[in-house]
Design a protein around this ligand. Sequence first.
Ligand code: BEZ
Length: 304
Amino acid sequence: MELRHLRYFVTVADEKNFTRAAERLNIAQPPLSRQIQQLEEELGVVLIEKGSRPLRLTEAGKFFHAHAQELLDKAADLKAMTQRVGKIDRKFAIGFVASTLYGLLPEIVRRFRERYQTLDISFHELATIEQIQALKEGRIDVGFGRLKIEDPAVRRVVLREEPLIVALPAGHRLSKTEGPIRLSDVTQEALLVYPKQPRPSFADQVLAIFRERMLFPQKVIEVRELQIAIGLVGAGQGVAIVPKSLQGMVRTDVVYKTLDDPGAVSPIIFSVRQMDRTPELVNMLEVIYEIYDELGISHVKHVL
Ligand code: BEZ
């Protein structure tokens, strides 16, 4: 059985008609029918109900169709990913979620540039879930995200667990309290979460932290992105739970307070294509750990 057989069968199943499938595949109908027959013989099962018009798949045919489609998608990803890994140009594309720009990403890139002075580095703001697709399509080489999304084609390394803090309007009653704030105090406030789309997102991570503690914010306002959430906090519309590095975004109308909950964290995740060990990636990871060690940030060291 070859990929060709899978492609032929999936096209016939999608078109529900041999003539149209043959046209789409740019081959004559008799060889297409022969190939499907050969496939059924090799499998020893009937995939298409005999004499059905439009064509109907048997149970085995439906099963085979779903798995064949998955294999074809994987083959397409493999092609795009290998082309990207084997590229000869000196390009390196970084996908990132906006909050990492307030953390160590700028410093990491500055140091990485010193090692690769002629490399053409580009930046792509992408949600974690979008980074996975971009890696598979060869549009980026590394992604820095926050969600633990499983995909067999992608290797994830949790760089560190970043504490979450709360952003409050300046002058808010909670901004005046001494010491850290409890998450239960925040539930009485309108909670601004971001991004609204695509989901799952950091918004779901924050809502899950409340839910896991049996806490339910009275009002949740979903906004498009981080800057809008912080801007609306400044305008007194509500409060937001954000990564600690956001403290670097200094505004006179926003006060940041730590939370008294050590489990309220958001991971920073380094995602690359599975088995991709290009020197740029190995070096980037080295630079990250070098900076963590200098700053005394606790982490587990991974190698690619
Ligand atoms: C960090 O803040 O730890 C970080 C941010 C972006 C990329 C890698 C690490």
